[in-house]
Design a protein around this ligand. Structure first.
Ligand code: DQA
Length: 140
C-alpha cells in the first residue's frame, strides 16, 4: 500500500511553531516513528508552503497512490484550487488537522477540503496522521 502525507504552509515549522497548539515534535521525527511502526506501508511525505505545489502533488499522486493524507493547514480555509484538485483525482483524500479547528477561531471552521474528503480527523495532535493511516488500513 502506498500512502502520501501532504502538509501545507507553516507545517515545516512543527516543533518550533506555537508549541502550545501544535506540540514540540518536528514532523520529520514523527514521520520516522510512523515509518518504523508501519514497515509494510510505503509512506511518503511532502511539504510545501506554496499552494500550486500542493495542487501539483495531489494531481501527481491522486491517480496512482492508494490514498492521500492531507493537512492543507491555512489553505484548508481558503483554497478553492486545492478543493477542486481533490475533486479531480480518483484516490481517497483524508483531511487531517493537528488541532481541533472547530474549537478555534470561526474562520477555521470553514473547509474547502471537507466536502470532497473521504473523512476528516482533527484535534488528536500528531496522532491525527496515524488515525488517518489506520482508516486506510481498515478499509483495505
Ligand atoms: C492546522 C489548522 C489550521 O487552521 C492552521 O492554519 C494550520 C494547522 C492543524 O493542523 O491544526 O496551519 O491545519
Amino acid at each position: 500500500m502506498r500512502i502520501i502525507i501532504i502538509n501545507g504552509p507553516n507545517l515545516n515549522l512543527l516543533g518550533k511553531r506555537e508549541p502550545g497548539i501544535y506540540g514540540n515534535l518536528t514532523f520529520e521525527a514523527y514521520f520516522k516513528g510512523l515509518q518504523k511502526k508501519y514497515p509494510n506501508i510505503e509512506l511518503e511525505y511532502f511539504q510545501s508552503n506554496i499552494e500550486g505545489e500542493l495542487i501539483s502533488k495531489i494531481q501527481e499522486k491522486g491517480f496512482s497512490y492508494d490514498g492521500i493524507i492531507l493537512n492543507a493547514a491555512a489553505y484548508t480555509h481558503t483554497s478553492v484550487g486545492i478543493g477542486d484538485a481533490i475533486k479531480s483525482v480518483q484516490r481517497p483524500v483524508v483531511e487531517v488537522h493537528i488541532s481541533n479547528v472547530y474549537a478555534r477561531e470561526k474562520f477555521r471552521h470553514q473547509s474547502f477540503i471537507a466536502p470532497n474528503a473521504y473523512g476528516i480527523i482533527a484535534g488528536f495532535g500528531m496522532q491525527s496522521y496515524e488515525l488517518a493511516l489506520l482508516s486506510f488500513l481498515e478499509n483495505d
